[in-house]
Design a protein around this ligand. Structure first.
Ligand code: APR
Length: 313
């Protein structure tokens, strides 16, 4: 709509609060609906005192989810439990899979046309879970469902700029694949402005980008995973979706249903965003086939696990 409503599910959490702050400051957002199982009145009262345009509403607990998402143009989901040291994103599966399934069940009924951006990990599996729930309700549109991989792009750009002494705000690095470990494939060869990397630099940067989340988990020593950088990435992606809705087409990397790479159903590549979400999948130009192959094998396991969770196998 011309007065975009963004619903934030998991608004009271470590990601949710700073993400709400950034969305409240986004001049394109007219209504910010905060949903969580706890603490939304306080977070909403606090944010509502900021002198920006967005109207803020609070919705607490399952009975208020319908109102939170109804008429939303964009729904951003960071609800769930975060990683602790020693855990992989996949260790979050059982708890977070159920949370995403139940949230999307209501979205399918109350906001079937919304663009849905999933942050809840493991994103490789939670996106297929959401897709299966939407399909079950007869409202799945592959153009409207996204796994947020923007943090992988943000990190790649920060690390490349740091290594090369570039201006981070002018460095562009596409990242394809999925959002965990070896499924994260930074396309360093496509860095802009055009940048040369030695084999040694690529051999160091690639695993650092792939394990960057774990760097934060370990540094936080039990207090959780990335929240502030994830909030920035989530807000940047939500803003891109809203811009697309308003007719300002733009390109972002995102984990979507895609035929960009043979043999895998969901894959992040640059996509063009417009009024209905994904307008065009721009795909991957040639990159190290070995990295793609390893990613596809792992992604297929993650995707199958998500599908089986919903289908009850
Ligand atoms: N509905 C809505 N909100 C929920 C639900 C639910 N069913 N279950 C939990 N939440 C809320 C919690 O109340 C909390 O406010 O989700 C929020 C999660 O916040 P944190 O525990 O601080 O976790 P955070 O660091 O924000 O990470 C959340 O995002 O990146 C991923 O891996 C991360 O999956 C994790 C998620």
């Amino acid at each position: 709509s011309s007065q975009p409503k963004v619903a934030l599910l998991g608004a009271s959490g470590g990601i949710g609060q700073p993400l709400g702050l950034l969305l409240k400051q986004d001049p394109l957002v007219a209504h910010l609906a905060l949903y969580d199982v706890v603490n939304t009145p306080g977070v909403a009262a606090d944010l509502s005192h900021i002198d920006s345009k967005a109207k803020v509403t609070a919705h607490t607990g399952a009975a208020e989810l319908h109102a939170a998402v109804k008429d939303a143009d964009v729904i951003v989901i960071p609800a769930g439990v975060p990683r602790k040291p020693g855990m992989t994103r996949d260790d979050l599966f059982n708890t977070n899979a159920g949370i995403v399934r139940d949230l999307v069940e209501t979205i399918a009924k109350a906001a079937p046309k919304a663009l849905i951006a999933i942050i809840t990990n493991p994103v490789n599996s939670t996106v297929p879970i959401a897709a299966e729930v939407l399909k079950k309700n007869g409202v799945y549109d592959k153009r409207r469902l996204f796994g947020v991989t923007t943090l992988d792009v943000v990190r790649s750009q920060a690390f490349v700029a740091e290594l090369k002494g570039h201006d981070a705000t002018k460095t562009v690095v596409p990242v394809v694949g999925g959002h965990a470990g070896i499924t994260i494939i930074p396309l360093l060869s496509q860095t802009k402005p055009s940048t040369k990397f030695s084999d040694e630099e690529i051999a160091k940067l690639t695993p650092r980008i792939q394990d960057a989340g774990t760097e934060v988990v370990n540094a936080k020593a039990g207090a959780g995973s990335a929240t502030l950088s994830m909030a920035l990435a989530g807000a940047r992606f939500a803003n891109a979706l809203v811009r697309g809705i308003k007719g300002d087409k733009n390109v972002q990397c995102a984990y979507v249903e895609s035929d960009a790479v043979k043999g895998v159903q969901y894959f992040s590549t640059p996509v063009e965003l417009g009024p209905n979400g994904v307008e065009k999948i721009l795909g991957v130009t040639s990159y190290e086939q070995k990295l793609i192959d390893a990613s596809v094998a792992e992604l297929n396991k993650n995707i199958e696990k998500g599908v089986a969770f919903v289908k009850g196998k």
